[in-house]
Design a protein around this ligand. Sequence first.
Ligand code: RIB
Length: 292
Amino acid sequence: MITVIGSINMDIVVETNVFPKQGETVFGQAFHTVPGGKGANQAVAVARLGGDVHMVGALGRDAFGKELRTILTQENINDDLVADVDTATGIASITLFDEDNRIIVVPGANYDVTNASIDAARDLIAQSDLVVMQLEIPQATVAYALDVCQELGTKVLLNPAPAENFKAEWMDRVAYFTPNETECADIFGVDVEAALEKYPNQLIVTLGGDGARYFDGERHVFVKGFKTQPVDTTGAGDTFNGAFAYAVTNGQTITEAVAFANIAASLSVEQFGAQGGMPSHEAVIERLGGVQ
Ligand code: RIB
């Protein structure tokens, strides 16, 4: 069983062919509201693959909150520890331009995930094979959750996004740490090889469509991605993290789990929305079979 402790957002997405300059108004092509938030996305990625997943988070008592809770349950995610709070549900303003995204997150209710939320999840954490976290909830809550996981002997996968909320002293309490190249450089301030060699079998650096890499203690391991034509890259990293979590908790080695996660991420970018393209287990196996 996997427990995801993290954010749940409504993504407010604008597609545009022209990116406005400061003070300029332009016409966009389309507008959508779709479910998102790095925590919820990673939980959905696990659930679509058939994993048993529980979510710890918070939603506002508003229309977005109601809609997002319905989606969590439709996706077979246990939401018993997703609190209803008075703060507005978190949102992400996403601009899709030139085949990439720009995201501004307003955390709202996600910042009501507190130490008390973690205390309420102690039994769940103790029973979990893995706790998955990101950094869209308060830094103090992440720090406390890491302490509780350590005390209860539960492994943690930490996806340090947004990286500015990461604290270096957390590394000794994290089993798997999954920044992208930019986040890795921001966090460690050294080149990627040096960072990887410091954290063998723990630090896995994602390389977008090129795949991911880690250091196994003796050699640098590159696991190639699957090249595809992206429709929307939003949530690709979340799909990678959810799929990696699913795979390592189902007995796969790090190399196997990274290969599985690369394929899941490649499928996810072929459809619109952070969660829109997240694949089933069968879809990942089918594509994986084609590349092995
Ligand atoms: O990783 C993509 C996610 O980042 C979006 O769904 C958005 O909500 C932000 O949290």
